[in-house]
Design a protein around this ligand. Structure first.
Ligand code: PLP
Length: 381
């Protein structure tokens, strides 16, 4: 198998599995219990919190564990909007993950004023319009760091500068950048930031939200006193410990991995460009996560390309995994100006830690012939 869908999810790192297995097989104590197996579980959770905080340049007390990146996004947005009843405006972008878009739609239905900032053909948000739209009634701006479909990296520093000019808070969905590029929440001046375990070779079903000290936020889930009373529910100890281990490994390997994976991505991008005609690269050339590559194979249905690649054991995506099982055209690809037909011809390749140069060479060997054959079939219909 050649797995090139690392933005959808990643293979769990064996070292993460090993660390988690202690909590799945033996260490079953409730972290709230006062006897040794409870206290030990709590200590491991705090160690995981430390690892994640370190990778973000945050303090341990600023990390709240959740059940997913989706929950972190919901929590940040609803939690801040509810904490500011006197401010009823929320601003986001047109290319956010559904976890943000649908939360924005929920706010709209409940009477808040919501504005979606459009993007240019490369996926960069219109910063002039953002400056015009933000007012003293804006409680929160939520703009993703890297887009999951086309890799565009937004200028968070600039967004924070605009937000602060009107006293608005800033949340960013950094699910696709955490562990891939260096993040420093203090330098960025971000107030809230969402991350997810399964995108960084950790387990599924665990996420976290960074909340800068002093940020007004109301809990989304009510119940017990876990996570400083901000996220009730007995902790997913194995998941949290696994996420912490994944963060520790990411910290150790960040520079080396980035260099190697960016090189593989360049190789794949150049190879596709030089061997396949009638294609369009979607996304910017600079200011991007290089390991996310999105191409339109014009006049073809992406699903046919995906299935043909799958018969060769090569796994890619037709867009974001979250929209793959629906007929809807990706809102990201339409927002950057693709026609519905162009959007339906898009394949996303996302490269990760376990990919090798051999994987890329195999794809470059198989793909041109697959595209040529599919085009022959489609032109004969
Ligand atoms: N945000 C972005 C940018 C994502 O890519 C994803 C997952 O694809 C999520 C949020 C949701 O994360 P999770 O799968 O942990 O809910």
């Amino acid at each position: 198998m050649i797995y090139l869908d690392n933005n959808a999810t990643t293979q769990i790192d064996p070292q993460v599995c090993k660390k988690m297995s202690l909590f799945l097989e033996q260490q079953f104590g409730n972290p709230s219990s006062l006897y040794p197996i409870g206290r030990e579980a709590k200590e491991f959770i705090n160690e995981a919190r430390e690892n994640i905080a370190d990778l973000l340049g945050a303090k341990r007390s600023e990390i709240i564990f959740t059940a997913s990146g989706t929950e972190s996004d919901n929590f940040a947005i609803r939690g801040v909007m509810e904490a500011f009843p006197e401010k009823d405006e929320f601003i986001t972008s047109a290319i956010e993950h559904p976890a943000v878009i649908e939360t924005a739609n929920y706010l709209k239905k409940s009477g808040k004023k919501v504005f979606f900032i459009p993007v240019d053909p490369y996926g960069f948000i219109d910063l002039d319009l953002l400056q015009k739209k933000v007012t003293s009634k804006t409680a929160l701006i939520s703009i993703m760091h890297a887009n999951n479909e086309i890799g565009t990296l937004q200028s968070l520093e600039e967004i924070v500068r605009i937000a602060k000019s009107k006293d608005a808070l800033v949340h960013t969905d950094a699910v696709q950048t955490f562990g891939k590029i260096k993040l420093d929440v203090q330098k960025l001046g971000i107030d809230l930031l969402s991350i997810s375990g399964h995108k960084v070779y950790g387990p599924k079903g665990v996420g976290a939200l960074f909340v800068k000290k002093g940020t007004p936020l109301l809990p989304l889930i009510h119940g017990g006193h876990q996570e400083g009373k901000m996220r009730a529910g007995t902790e997913n100890t194995a998941g949290i410990v696994g996420f912490g281990e994944a963060a520790k490994i990411a910290q150790e390997r960040l520079k080396k991995d980035k260099k190697r994976l960016d090189k593989l991505a360049d190789q794949l991008k150049k190879g596709i460009h030089s061997s396949i005609p009638d294609i369009k690269f979607n996304g910017p050339e600079e200011e991007r996560i290089k390991t996310t590559l999105n191409f339109s194979f014009l006049k073809l249905e992406a699903e046919a390309v995906l299935l043909a690649l799958a018969t060769k054991g090569i796994y890619v995506s037709t867009g974001s995994a979250c929209s793959e099982d629906s007929d809807e055209v990706s809102h990201v690809l339409t927002a950057i100006g693709l026609s519905p037909d162009q959007a339906r011809s898009c394949i996303r390749f996302s490269i990760g830690r376990f990919n090798t140069e051999k994987d890329i060479n195999t794809v470059l060997q198989e793909l041109p012939e697959i595209i040529e054959n599919l085009r022959k079939i489609s032109s004969s219909i």
